[in-house]
Design a protein. Sequence first.
Length: 291
Amino acid sequence: MRFEDFQITGAYEGGATTLGVCKRLGKIVFLYCVLAVSFTFVVFLYYDIRVAVRDTPYASMWVAQLILLLGVCTLTLKKHLRRRVPLFTAYILAELCSFLLSPTHAIPYVWIASCAVLVFKYLAVGELCWLLVRTHRGVWALVWRVILGSATFILLYSILAWHGRTSIMLILDRSFSLMIATIIFSLLLFLRYFDLHVPPRLFRVAVGFLLLSCFSVLSDTILVRMPDKYFEFWGFLKALIFLASLLLWTLALKGVLPDLYGSPSPTVSGRLRKLDEKLSHFWNVEQSLRP
């Protein structure tokens, strides 16, 4: 049985009916549920993890996240998005590896996977920014310098702010999440100011990152100051937000990504062209090739 047998094309090809589409969708959901439940059972059995009745919501959340992670990974690999968005694909794979290692006691590998998630998430946001402003070389020259400079500042700040009683990963995650939220929010305001169209699918990806980053800043700040008192509660809320982000990314990737640049109005386009020319001259880069 091939995955192509379950593929939903979005059109009623070959006289397919609504019932046939629902059956295919049911098969896909059933396949992911079987994979997630099977893996969960193996992990719980192998690592002797006991799930009590009071932990049922956490176990359900864990399975739901695994299903959506597998779905996003399948979409990125099936649609060959690793060629168009390789950094986002690497981030999703790093999230999957970190997620699968989280129930284990392999602490060094969990730390390595967590660091990979932070790095690739930041790079994926940079890739998102490039997709949005790639036709304006001057603007992109400013954006990537801001991203690189912010990463350097975050590393220095995290090293200086870290002390023995606080996890360095919490500080790094909070700092990177704050910068990611700031970059995405500022870029969306920039695009809105110049009346540049953002395709809905790409907008969902950006909102997913923004939602996850904003809540990570809030939860990490609380956990840094009170790590033991609210760990389970904020961990569960963060899992809910991550689930919502995965759902947004699934909806964004289930179709073909369109052209990622819209057509602004003539007046705003002229203002943006002037800004791009000034930035291109300042950074000594080639100006935008788009009229």
